[in-house]
Design a protein around this ligand. Structure first.
Ligand code: TPP
Ligand code: MG
Length: 290
């Protein structure tokens, strides 16, 4: 099954996707349905990590709403032809959050949902960090922090040279912003006026205790970006912000998020950065995710 706007035959401009989402939502039904899908995806992620006895669940829960809105409403792609030239590109720079990407790609039929069950197994394509050579729909192999945004800038520059106007979205972590390569790539994006680039920051304050980022909005402004701030768990607001471009400059969308969103034990709890649930924890968490 193809999702709306995802196939070459149904190429809608990105803006139309977002506008349609907002219009559909007068009675709140679209928003509810969208949130219900994400709850199910979180259950899938929990079970993956439980079976594999590993996984960055909390990091995935922080970004799953953003990924779902992108893949369900905004990005153009063809799951049967993931390398289609006319596709929008999405790069998950914080590769450790890949369980969210795997769950969304499976839901959008890039691969069979049964493949999710193999997460973490020796011969599975789905490892602890995403591999573009093994997983259809993964644009870049990431996991070493600070590399995805530079790659996205390179992709956006290449598309500009080829006069291909498709969009490039890149999701980075706030802790990842400690990497100097993030800011070097921002300078380059601004220098080349890469208006197709949208850098989304998963601003969950996870590393404030070691190094505060300060005014992230002002920092991106000073780098020559158009900046907006959004609730990273509000699907309607996300669709509106993510879909409101491109303008004249590269864009930065600062998404205010909660690490581990949806499971009280996990929310903002550093102990849950990388671990899997016990039987009891799994039961409690699945009960919360209904
Ligand atoms: C270059 C590099 N250094 C260290 C790590 C180890 N590491 C994995 S996740 C993480 C924290 C990243 O924080 P953030 O980007 O805020 O992601 P979140 O924990 O909020 O998901 C670190 C330091 C890494 N993957 N790459
Ligand atoms: Mg973080």
């Amino acid at each position: 099954m193809q999702s709306r706007g995802s196939c070459p035959a149904a190429q809608a401009p990105t803006l139309k996707g977002a506008a349609a989402f907002v219009e559909d939502n007068h009675d709140g039904s679209t928003e509810c349905a969208s949130t219900a899908v994400v709850t199910q995806l979180k259950r899938d992620i929990l079970l993956c990590a439980y079976r594999a006895k590993e996984g960055h669940i909390a990091s995935a829960f922080s970004i799953i709403d953003i990924l779902w809105v992108l893949y369900d409403r905004l990005l153009q792609y063809d799951c049967r032809n993931p390398k289609w030239e006319g596709r929008d590109r999405f790069i998950l720079s914080k590769g450790h959050g890949c369980l969210a990407l795997y769950a969304v790609l499976a839901k959008k039929d890039f691969f069979a949902s049964e493949v999710l069950d193999t997460f973490g197994l020796f011969d599975s394509p789905l490892g602890g960090h995403p591999d573009r050579n093994k997983i259809p729909g993964v644009e870049a192999s990431t996991g070493s922090l600070g590399h995805g945004l530079p790659m996205a800038v390179g992709v956006a520059l290449a598309l500009k040279i080829k006069q291909n106007d498709r969009l490039v979205y890149c999701l980075i972590g706030d802790g990842e912003c400690n990497e100097g390569s993030i800011w070097e790539s921002c300078l380059l994006a601004s220098h080349h006026r890469l208006r197709s680039l949208c850098c989304i920051v998963d601003f969950n304050h996870s590393t404030d205790r070691s190094l505060e980022l300060g005014d992230l909005e002002a920092k991106f402004h000073s780098m020559g970006f158009e900046v907006s701030v959004v609730d990273g768990h509000d699907h309607k607001a996300l669709a509106r912000s993510l879909g409101s471009g491109p303008g004249l400059k590269p864009r930065a969308l600062i998404a205010s998020t909660v690490k581990g969103k949806g499971c009280s034990e996990m929310e903002n709890n550093p102990a849950w950065h990388h671990r899997s649930p016990s039987d009891d924890e799994l039961e409690n968490m699945l009960r919360e995710l209904r």
